[in-house]
Design a protein around this ligand. Structure first.
Ligand code: HGY
Ligand code: MN
Ligand code: MN
Ligand code: MN
Length: 425
């Protein structure tokens, strides 16, 4: 592969690549109070479809085939010399957090497109097809949990698992997906992943690090060693409404007071002096949410992560008992919405990425991912790996999220060379 690298590396255009990522980032763009330009591009929305149409036009413009599966996962296909071979798959997601950054997800899709364009412009043939994928709903912002598209694609969950999940406007996944597929009915349909077809030959996802390590250590790229485990829960505490002025506090079933007790008890359960464990309560809904009626219902989310599966199981399984013993006057229900065990990326993908980085004289470091990614669901089906590039101050899920044109291009050059190696093995 070293001999192919020079003209392949040169074929990745930093300026064009930056312009394309920025063109995508303007779809759903907003400027925050500090003047940062972020994006709010919910999955299965008109904005999502607008961005996909830009991507589809770009892909068709360089001769790639376009198709979509029954979960809206979008595929851009570069033909190899042997169409019967399983493709190498690369890509990421195009949906964003509501207060999201311009690079999370979208860069990995655009890096896949630019890498395939560079391979074709360098006139290099690949034995295997290469497909660029944009997964549906990686973020879980509009519809929880995240990674629905890749979980459906890999059979990790049945495709109808989340049909009844509704967004804040009451639109269900089932309806949003039906609307989305109808709007893209002009695109050729393909079988649903490994459920209805063969597994890819390999999967490589390029993504910004979303943490500060690479920048702090002056590394050019991160070769991801694995992804920590994640568990998402929804807690619903049911009390009773009462008049704020007349009802004695001792007789109340105050859902807010019990929610405070529950979250305080969970903080104790999830306390980790080594600061490895990640425990987040970031969405709290109160009903009826008026200042002079005691709350009869509180819903809050739990996002709990840990790299050690023993801890992920033990502490996660203790949540119910801890809430039960913390409540004084209310009942509660606990629903687990997402449970992804930690994964390790085995050879050959990490090694191919590292070889490409070294061949291009880049500083590379093996490192784990604190964020979850669609890649974790491909692990049981094919050799899988991820490439990180530095992002400024490690900021992500925030409009100030930023990666430089040089970093985008360097990451894409490594991705291109690794894809070429995997597509010819
Ligand atoms: O939450 C995550 O880890 C991912 O960025 N959606
Ligand atoms: Mn992401
Ligand atoms: Mn994200
Ligand atoms: Mn991801």
């Amino acid at each position: 592969p070293e001999t192919a690298a020079p003209n392949l590396v040169a074929a990745v255009s930093e300026a064009r690549h930056w312009d394309q990522v920025m063109a995508m980032a303007r779809i759903g763009a907003f400027t925050d109070a500090d003047g940062n330009e972020g994006v709010n591009r919910p999955c299965l929305s008109a904005l999502d479809r607008e961005a996909r149409r830009v991507l589809i036009r770009e892909a068709q413009g360089i001769g790639l085939g376009v198709s979509v599966d029954s979960w809206g996962n979008l595929f851009l296909r570069h033909e190899g010399t042997d169409a019967t071979l399983a493709p190498v798959l690369t890509g990421s997601h195009m949906d964003s957090q509501p207060n999201g950054g311009r690079f999370d997800g979208i860069w990995g899709v655009m890096a896949g497109l630019e890498a395939v364009r560079a391979i074709r412009e360098a006139g290099i043939a690949t034995r295997r097809p290469i497909e660029v994928v944009a997964w549906t709903n990686e973020e879980g912002g509009r519809f929880a949990p995240g990674c629905m598209g890749s979980m459906a694609f890999t059979g990790f969950a049945r495709p109808d698992t989340w049909d009844a999940v509704a967004d804040k406007d009451g639109i269900t996944v089932k309806d949003a997906l039906a609307e989305h597929l109808a709007a893209e009915a002009d695109l050729p349909r393909r079988p649903l992943g490994t459920v209805e077809g063969p597994a890819p030959h390999a999967y490589v996802e390029a993504h910004i690090e979303q943490g500060p390590m690479l920048e702090r250590e002056g590394q050019d790229v991160g070769i991801v060693s694995g992804i920590q485990g994640s568990r998402w829960f929804l807690v619903e505490i049911q009390g009773r409404t009462d008049h704020a002025g007349t009802s004695p506090v001792s007789l109340r079933q105050d859902a807010v007071q019990d929610a405070v007790r529950a979250i305080t008890a969970l903080n104790a359960l999830m306390h980790d002096p080594t600061d490895v464990l990640r425990f987040t309560v970031a969405s709290i809904e109160v009903s009826p949410n008026t200042s002079n009626t005691v709350a009869d219902r509180v819903r809050f989310t739990i996002d709990f992560r840990h790299p050690d599966n023993v801890v992920l199981q033990a502490r996660g399984n203790a949540i119910e008992g801890v809430i039960q013993s913390a409540l004084r006057h209310c009942r509660f229900s606990l629903t687990e919405r997402f449970h992804a065990a930690p994964v390790e990326f085995q050879p050959p993908v990490p090694d191919a990425l590292e070889r490409a980085a070294r061949a291009q004289g880049l500083k590379a470091k093996r490192m784990p991912s604190g964020a979850f990614h669609d890649a974790q669901f491909l692990v049981p089906h094919c050799p899988t790996g991820m490439l990180f590039i530095p992002c400024r101050n490690g900021v992500s899920h925030h409009p100030a999220e930023y990666a430089s044109p040089e970093a985008l291009a360097a990451g894409t050059r490594v991705l291109a060379q690794a894809l070429l190696e995997l597509a010819n093995d």
